[in-house]
Design a protein around this ligand. Structure first.
Ligand code: XMP
Length: 516
């Protein structure tokens, strides 16, 4: 296995992701935990030093134990990791001046006598390679045994290596998207270290299960289940690890889609045999939301009730010491806290923010290292159905924010039916996976229509469908007019209470994806 020593870079997890893509198993450990004894026990086959925000010239700045250089295994240093390596092995690092600091895109050119080697290693032969830099300090003198392979305007030692010892050090970040060929650096590094690349998501699952067992022991765990992909994958994984020590709490606020509550309960209780409390609290939620039309007030009411209800049911589980959450890596904002010693600072998952502290529970977050697509792959590995894994995101406040104005049972009923027809249309036309999110919003207006020979006075609704990468920005989906016409006809014919269908063609920004 490969060890990544984390010196606090914001992108350390991307290194791990690149390695997983190469089917290599790795673990990230904060530098504070990496001692001589740790190294001896871990016995890495290769080591990567991450980047980091500190300066090696500052007394007390992060370092690996010196014994790492005597393990006889390949080492790759990145950015701060390069500077650490040069400093430790007898080179020299200089403080950044304006002229040599580089942030963002830069171009590396190979040193003349090294073109062949570098072409094999990293470059496509054009003699210029785009990389992403982010450094103030830079290496001023390389350590004995190293040679220079590539330079950039701000980094005379952008790529350096000691091929005898298999020590490689680069100033830029090969793990980020803006270093387009960065992956080949990792590829060649793991090859040099003798990895065969046979690690799989199945192995990840085994390792995650081992870790959960180690963390939890014989204690009880509570998991808040939303019906979404992340919490579901976390629940199934944890259940596989500790069986009935896990109890799921599914807060049903009465704002779910058609049949959704039933499906969640069936899947987890019947199919997976996971102890599940179905907290059907729709009366409570809809009662408190009665007559409320301001979007922020709606959200606040739902958030507050959610925490109350969750807490009430969780308290009924004897001896629970852990709260499981489907926090993903993008939810984790800092990997190493430099001010507070060896502690790790995280952002709590927004849906139950503040709950663990309030209830005195410790967190189990088995998906903390993964990105969304990897969670989906793990879900597939665990046997969750594809149709479930590929589901569009659904917001915590549910249909409440798709029902502008006052929420009534009648409107929710109509909205559920219209939404089901719309999603059915999208699936039938094979468009579901091309769309990031699609839903119907029921509008707080009635309009006049004519059906048969009679006058109607019913609700209007808006169809929404967007493409997006991360939900931060979005564009409306360009349905054909035929599709829109057919869908409008179906909704009006099949859903009593709607006599007008519109399509929302707003991008985000200036709109948001949801209507509230
Ligand atoms: P907006 O409407 O802000 O939505 O463009 C961006 C994405 O976030 C989802 N969303 C939420 N998800 N709790 C959630 O878990 C919420 O309160 C919430 N509000 C919006 C929305 O569905 C879209 O995918």
């Amino acid at each position: 296995r490969l060890l990544i020593i984390d010196f606090g870079s914001q992108v350390t997890q991307l290194i791990a992701r690149r390695l997983r893509e190469l089917n290599v198993y790795c673990e990230i450990h904060p530098y504070q935990n990496v001692t001589d004894a740790f190294l001896a026990e871990f016995a890495p086959k290769a080591v990567i030093f991450s980047g980091g925000p500190d300066s090696v010239m500052r007394d007390g700045s992060p370092r690996p134990p010196k014994s790492v250089y005597d393990l006889g295994v390949p080492i790759l240093g990145i950015c701060y990791g390069q500077q650490v390596m040069m400093h430790d092995l007898g080179g020299r690092v200089e403080a950044g001046e304006h002229a040599t600091a580089e942030f963002g895109r830069a171009f590396v050119t190979p040193s003349e006598d090294r073109i062949d080697l570098l072409t094999g290693w990293f470059m496509d032969g054009s003699g210029r390679e785009q990389v992403w830099m982010s450094h103030g300090d830079h290496v001023a003198e390389i350590a004995p045994g190293f040679s220079v392979y590539g330079t950039s305007p701000g980094a005379p030692f952008a790529i350096t290596a000691d091929e005898d010892r298999k020590f490689y050090a680069v100033q830029f970040h090969p793990e980020v998207h803006h270093t387009p060929n960065g992956k080949t650096i990792y590829e060649n590094f793991v090859r040099a270290a003798g990895f065969s690349g046979d690690w799989t998501m199945g192995a990840y699952r085994e390792e995650a299960i081992r870790k959960i067992r180690e963390q939890v022991g014989d204690k009880q765990v509570i998991c808040g289940l939303s019906g979404g992909v992340d919490s579901s994958v976390a629940a199934v994984l944890i259940h596989e690890a500790i069986g009935d020590q896990l109890t799921c709490v599914f807060v049903d606020h009465g704002l779910l889609r058609l049949n959704e509550a039933d499906e969640v309960v069936k899947m987890f209780r019947d199919h997976y045999n996971i102890p599940l409390i179905h907290a059907d609290e729709s009366e409570l939620f809809l009662g408190e939301l009665d007559g409320v039309s301001d979007p922020e007030t709606k959200r606040k009411i739902i958030g507050r009730l959610f925490i109350d209800v969750f807490q009430k049911h969780a308290n009924s589980i004897d001896g629970a010491e852990f709260l499981a959450q489907g926090t993903l890596y993008p939810d984790v904002i800092e990997s190493v806290s430099f001010s507070g010693g060896p502690s790790v600072t995280i952002k709590s998952h927004h849906n139950v923010g503040g709950l663990p502290e309030k209830m005195g529970l410790k967190l189990v977050e088995p998906l903390r290292e993964l990105f969304k697509d990897e969670v989906r792959a793990l879900g597939r590995e665990l046997g969750l159905p594809d149709s479930f894994i590929g589901r569009h995101p659904f917001p915590g406040p549910g249909l409440a924010i798709r029902c502008p104005g006052e929420i009534t049972r009648e409107k929710l009923e109509i909205l559920r039916k219209a939404d089901a027809v719309y999603i059915d249309q999208i699936r039938k036309h094979g468009l579901y996976d091309d769309i990031w999110q699609a839903f119907v919003a029921i509008l707080p207006v009635r309009t006049v229509g004519v059906m048969g020979d009679g006058r109607t006075y019913d609700f209007a609704c808006a169809l929404r469908a967007v493409t997006s990468v991360d939900g931060m920005t979005a564009d409306y989906y360009p349905f054909s007019h035929d599709f829109l016409g057919e869908t409008a006809t179906r909704i009006i014919n099949e859903v009593r209470g709607i006599n007008r269908v519109t399509y929302d063609v707003t991008s985000k920004p200036p709109g948001t994806i949801e209507w509230e």
